[in-house]
Design a protein around this ligand. Sequence first.
Ligand SMILES: Nc1ncnc2c1ncn2[C@@H]1O[C@H](COP(=O)(O)OP(=O)(O)OP(=O)(O)O)[C@@H](O)[C@H]1O
Ligand SMILES: [Mg+2]
Length: 296
Amino acid sequence: MEHIEPVISVKGLSFRYRMSETVILNDISFDIFPGELVGIVGASGSGKSTLCLCLKGLIPHAIHGEMNGDIWVLGQNTREVPTEKLAVDVGMVFQDPESQIIGLTVIEDLAFGPENLEHPPEEILNRMLPILDKVKLQGFLNRETYKMSGGQKQRLAIANALMMQPKVLILDEPTSELDPIGKEEVYSTILELKKNGVTVVLVDHAIEEMAEIADRILVIEEGKLKYDDTPKNHFQSPEKFLEKGWLRIPQIAEALHALKGKDLLSEKYVTPFEEEAISTLSAWLGRESNVQFTVD
Ligand SMILES: Nc1ncnc2c1ncn2[C@@H]1O[C@H](COP(=O)(O)OP(=O)(O)OP(=O)(O)O)[C@@H](O)[C@H]1O
Ligand SMILES: [Mg+2]
C-alpha cells in the first residue's frame, strides 16, 4: 500500500504557559493527512486555541512556556523552523480577528503579506479581487478597517489568510461573529478550499455545519485529546457527549437519538447528516423515500 505522509503530525505534545502553573495541553498526539478537514471541539478553556498556536509554530517561538513533544508541519519540525518560513504554507485565522488586522484599509491589510514576499502589485490585486468576492466583501477595497463590523472583520481575517494561498489553513472560531447566512457562506468557502486540496483545521462551535463537512472531529477535554473519530461515528452514539453536557451535538442527531431512546428507531439510523436524517424521517413517517425502513 502507498505510504502517505501526514501534513501535520503531533507527537506527545504538552504545553504550559510561562508564568502559569497549569498544564494546558497534556500529551496530545494525532496526524492529519493531505486534504483532510479536521474539526476541533471542546469546552471553553480546554486548550483549542493553544493547540492552534502550536500548529502555527507561534508556540514556542513567539509565545513562551514549557513545550514537550514535537509537531511536524509539511515535514518541518515547528521547533526548528522559523515562524516566517512556516507562515508561507500555513495560514491562520485567529479567534480574535481584531488582533490580526494590521492595515488601515482593506487593500493595505490584504496586500501586507504578499508585499512582504515581494509579489508584484498587479498580481496582488488580481489575487485580492476574487478572494474579496469569496468572503462577500466586494467593494470594500478602500474601506477603513476600524470602521468595519465584527462579522466583516472576521471575513477580512479569512481573506487575509487566503491571500497567501496556504497549503494548510487553521481557522479558530471563524464564524463566531457571523449571522446564520454568513456562517453558511464561510462554511461553503471552507468546503471549496478542501475541494482544492487545502488541509484545514477548524475550531468552531457550529457543530451542525462542522459535522457536515469534517472528515474527523477531535474532542479536547481539559487539554487532553479525548476522542478522534468521524462525525458519523461520534454522533451515532452520542451518549458520551450528552452525559457530560460540554459538547453540543447536532440537533438532528439528538432528535434521532431521542427516538432511539424510546425504542422507535435503531441506532443505525442515528446520523448528524441532514440529508440522511430527512430520508430516515420520511420513511419513518411512511412517506416516499429511498430508505427501506425497519425498526429492529
Ligand atoms: N497567554 C496565556 N498565559 C497563561 N494562560 C493562558 C494564556 N492563554 C490562554 N491561557 C489559559 O489556557 C487555557 C486554555 O485556553 P485556550 O484559549 O487555549 O482555550 P480554548 O479551548 O480556545 O477556549 P475558548 O473556547 O474559550 O476559546 C485557559 O485556561 C486560558 O486561561
Ligand atoms: Mg479559543
